[in-house]
Ligand binder design. Structure first.
Ligand SMILES: Cc1cc2nc3c(=O)[nH]c(=O)nc-3n(C[C@H](O)[C@H](O)[C@H](O)COP(=O)(O)OP(=O)(O)OC[C@H]3O[C@@H](n4cnc5c(N)ncnc54)[C@H](O)[C@@H]3O)c2cc1C
Length: 218
């Protein structure tokens, strides 16, 4: 790099976004300072599921959310919880958010997510290879389990979008699922195997190791 193009850059926030930005800027030859009010991996990057989810293109606001949400709210087996006293404060946000629960918005959002996520495992390999963070990183398949084929068919919108955006996946019958991994026997009667995914075994330690790699390099 021409020394006249070297910039002094301050990156605020040492989560996965700030740490990886700082590392790539440093690798490009810039003088980079990374700061955080608490230290590396103090926020969401500490306690997430660590899935390198290159196929996670479908927003929560997929078509059908408005139909499904009331059932989710009143069933303890469903993933939605609401503090009812908070509802008046939440309503203005919900009004705007739920406007996107339609096919056109979901297509637009999935296109943006696809650009960001399609090569997530490769991007993490490029970031962490040769650093102490490498040991937390693994590429592997990602499986979706369904109660039956009808439940998979009910998710048709999402799978059609993923197919159009080039996500590499393979639907599996109950038998194929058990052949794939015997531990899944009798748990799901239908599944989908998504290739080109990955996992970070300890997201907090991963980001902390990357932050140390950054400081060790200047
Ligand atoms: C339960 C859960 C599970 C998830 N699972 C996954 C998953 O499997 N796969 C996936 O890809 N994503 C997952 N996510 C999302 C993922 O964790 C976030 O998208 C990601 O961690 C965001 O990184 P970030 O660097 O933008 O933010 P953060 O990790 O929150 O980092 C922000 C940093 O900025 C610092 N900061 C904030 N304000 C200031 C300030 N004024 N001055 C200085 N420092 C400041 C904070 O201390 C913090 O360290 C999950 C999220 C949650 C909550």
């Amino acid at each position: 790099m021409n020394s006249s193009t070297v910039q002094n850059i301050l990156v605020v926030g040492a989560g996965i976004v700030g740490v990886s930005t700082a590392i790539w800027l440093q690798r490009a030859g810039h003088k980079v300072t990374l700061m955080d009010r608490e230290g590396p991996a103090a926020g969401a990057s500490y306690g997430n599921a660590g899935v390198l989810a290159s196929g996670s293109l479908i927003p929560i606001t997929a078509p059908g959310l408005l139909r499904k949400a009331p059932k989710m709210l009143f069933s303890s087996n469903q993933p939605l919880f609401l503090r009812w006293r908070y509802l008046p404060k939440l309503l203005p946000f919900l009004k705007d958010y739920l406007k996107h629960a339609n096919a056109k918005s979901a297509e637009r959002i999935s296109e943006g997510l696809s650009t960001l996520l399609h090569d997530a495992p490769d991007q993490h390999l490029a970031l962490a290879s040769g650093t102490p963070a490498e040991k937390y990183l693994d590429t592997m398949d990602y499986l979706f389990g369904y109660a039956d084929k009808a439940a998979f068919d009910a998710d048709k919108f999402g799978w059609d979008v993923r197919k159009r955006r080039g996500v590499d996946f393979e639907p599996l019958t109950a038998e194929a699922l058990t052949d794939y991994d015997p531990v899944l026997k009798n748990r799901f009667n239908f599944g989908v195997r998504c290739k080109n995914h990955g996992r970070i075994s300890d997201p907090g330690a991963y980001v902390t190791a990357l932050a140390h790699h950054f400081t060790d390099n200047g």
